[in-house]
Design a protein around this ligand. Structure first.
Ligand code: HEC
Length: 135
């Protein structure tokens, strides 16, 4: 049990160590693409597009971590600013939950409610980006 825990800890910190700013930018772009697919799903009234986009979005958001560059940052002020836009588990969970609900609502024939969930997801993205732009 203890051994397994140690191995898990080591492997997860190794994974974190290799996550770079470039990876994060790529993941952000994948999420932007997924959001576009979902939006098209609404326009074309296509459940498969919404579902596929939603799965891609949730699969990607869970991967986002503070990149290596930020974890090695020594300047106090920059660290403080970076922390403000750190992807927290609560943000990840919120986006995951809202995406799940959106897919279910659309599947159950309530596109209006599903669209409201889509808007809420967009707000989660923008809340963080607005903080970024204040820098
Ligand atoms: C917790 C904060 C946070 C959330 C939430 C967030 N982002 Fe980002 N986003 C960032 C940061 C930080 C950057 C800047 C990445 C960099 O340049 O290192 C960024 C950059 C981007 C970019 C620009 C990438 C480029 O090519 O420069 C896109 C597109 C993007 N995000 C899409 C999204 C989408 C879509 C969502 C919601 C599903 C989202 N983001 C949610 C923090 C966030």
């Amino acid at each position: 049990m203890k051994k397994a825990f140690i191995i898990l800890t080591i492997s997860s910190s190794l994974m974190m160590a290799s996550y770079t700013q470039e990876d994060r930018i790529k993941d952000m772009q994948i999420m932007a693409g997924a959001m576009q697919d979902i939006q098209n799903g609404f326009f074309y009234n296509n459940f498969d597009m919404i579902k596929a986009g939603g799965i891609l979005l949730t699969d990607t958001i869970v991967k986002i971590e503070p990149p290596l560059e930020e974890r090695e940052e020594t300047d106090v002020m920059t660290r403080f600013l970076n922390n403000k836009v750190k992807m927290t588990n609560s943000t990840k969970n919120k986006i995951k939950k809202k995406t799940q609900t959106m897919i279910e609502r659309f599947r159950d024939g309530d596109p209006t409610q599903a669209l409201q969930n889509f808007t809420k997801i967009t707000k989660e993205c923008m809340r963080c980006h607005t903080q970024l732009r204040k820098w």
